[in-house]
Design a protein around this ligand. Structure first.
Ligand code: HSE
Length: 297
C-alpha cells in the first residue's frame, strides 16, 4: 500500500539534443513516498527541503499524478510525501524528478498497468506546469534511467539509448535560480540550415559514440549550435568552467538542461572527480555558493 522511491536528477539536452536527449544521474536525487488512501484523488501531504506549493493542481507531482489517475480511474486515491534534494531552477530536472516519481509510484501501487515508457506522457504534464512546455527530455531519463532520446513528440516515441559503463557525469550547480520558462524565452524561434546541419551531425555522432563506446567521438560531438550560445550568457563563468573541465580530461560539456548548472562527461570516475575540482576552483572565485555532483549514468 506504500512505496518509497528514489527520484533521480537528470541532464537534459546534453549539448546537441535540445528537448530530445537526456541522461539520468544515478546517485543524485530526491526521495518520495506514495501511499494508497481510501479517499479518491491526490494529496501532497509534505514537502521537505523546498518551499513548493502543496495544492495538488499547483504542484508538478500533483498534476502529473492527476493526469495518470484520470486515465486509469482507480477507486481509491494516493498521498505523496517528497523530500527534495534537487533545488528548483537548478537545471538538473527538479520538477521532472517529482513528476516522474509520482506517476511511477502510483502505477506501481496499481499493479503496473502501464509500462514505464507509457508513463512519460503523464509525467510530461508536470513539466508543462513548471515550464509552460511539456518537454520530455528530463522525465524520460528519470523514468527509464540511462540516456533517452525523444525521437518524436507527436506521436510520442521514446527510445532508450545504450551508453558505455565508464561514462560519468560531473555537474556544478551555482546556486542562482534560473527558471526554465525564462531560459526558454530567450531562445530564437528560427535557426539557419547551416546550424541545423551541424547540430544533426553532432547528435548522430553522440548517439553513435554512446552505442559503440567511442569516447573520442562522444567528446567531439558534445557541441551545441542552437541554445548554448544564447543561454551561456546567463551563466557566470560558463566558458571557463567548460574549458577547465576539458583541460582536466573531460570529454566535453555544456549547459545542463536550461541551466544554470554546467555539466561535463568523462571516461572514468577519477577524471569526472578532477573535472569537478577544477570547476569548483573557478566557481569559488565568484563568491557564488555552489554544489558539485559526480555520478555514474
Ligand atoms: N530541454 C529543456 C530546455 C530542458 O532546455 O528548456 C529543461 O530542463
Amino acid at each position: 500500500n506504500e512505496i518509497q522511491l528514489f527520484c533521480p536528477a537528470t541532464i537534459a539536452n546534453v549539448s546537441c539534443g535540445f528537448d530530445v536527449l537526456g541522461l539520468c544521474l544515478e546517485s543524485v536525487g530526491d526521495t518520495m513516498t506514495v501511499t494508497k488512501t481510501p479517499e479518491k484523488g491526490i494529496r501532497i501531504t509534505e514537502i521537505i527541503g523546498a518551499d513548493l506549493p502543496l495544492e495538488t493542481e499547483k504542484n508538478v507531482a500533483g498534476v502529473a499524478a492527476l493526469a495518470l489517475i484520470e486515465a486509469l480511474d482507480p477507486d481509491f486515491g494516493f498521498s505523496i510525501s517528497i523530500t527534495k534534494n534537487i533545488k528548483a531552477g537548478s537545471g538538473i530536472g527538479s520538477s521532472a524528478a517529482s513528476a516522474a516519481g509520482a506517476v511511477f509510484g502510483i502505477n506501481h501501487l496499481l499493479g503496473s498497468p502501464l509500462s514505464t515508457k507509457e508513463l512519460v506522457q503523464y509525467a510530461m504534464q508536470g513539466e508543462k506546469l513548471a515550464s509552460g512546455t511539456a518537454h520530455a527530455d528530463n522525465v524520460a531519463p528519470a523514468l527509464l534511467g540511462g540516456f533517452t532520446l525523444v525521437r518524436s513528440y507527436d506521436p510520442l516515441d521514446i527510445i532508450a539509448i545504450k551508453s558505455p559503463t565508464e561514462l560519468y557525469a560531473t555537474v556544478i550547480h551555482p546556486q542562482i535560480e534560473l527558471k526554465t520558462k525564462d531560459a526558454r524565452s530567450v531562445l530564437k524561434e528560427n535557426i539557419s540550415l547551416k546550424k541545423a546541419t551541424i547540430q544533426c551531425g553532432n547528435l548522430g555522432g553522440l548517439i553513435s559514440g554512446l552505442y559503440t563506446g567511442d569516447y573520442d567521438l562522444i567528446g567531439r560531438s558534445l557541441h551545441d549550435e542552437l541554445v548554448e550560445p544564447v543561454r551561456s550568457i546567463l551563466i557566470p563563468k560558463f566558458d571557463e568552467l567548460k574549458a577547465a573541465a576539458i583541460a582536466a580530461g573531460a570529454l566535453g560539456g555544456g549547459i545542463s538542461g536550461s541551466g544554470p548548472s554546467v555539466f561535463a562527461l568523462s571516461k572514468g570516475l577519477t577524471t569526472a572527480k578532477r573535472a569537478g575540482q577544477v570547476m569548483a576552483a573557478i566557481m569559488k572565485d565568484t563568491g557564488i555558493p555552489f554544489e558539485v555532483h559526480v555520478s555514474a549514468i
